[in-house]
Design a binder for this molecule. Structure first.
Ligand SMILES: [Zn+2]
Length: 61
């Protein structure tokens, strides 16, 4: 058995994996910086997925 170093419920920060208290203002993120990083990452993924339609795709026949 190992005692938890931080009392209360915690969850790993999605960005840096640091333990974040459930009552933290930026939960589930450890801070606003990690929140912005995660949002930016999400938008970048969206851009990759929604690539513009290329002419080659339309002429495929
Ligand atoms: Zn973090």
């Amino acid at each position: 058995m190992s005692a938890s170093p931080t009392p209360g419920p915690t969850s790993p920060c999605p960005t840096c994996k640091a333990a974040v208290a459930a009552k933290a203002p930026a939960f589930p993120f450890c801070g606003d910086r990690c929140k912005q990083i995660d949002l930016g990452r999400w938008f970048n993924e969206s851009y990759k997925v929604s690539r513009p339609i290329e002419q080659a795709d339309l002429d495929e026949e």
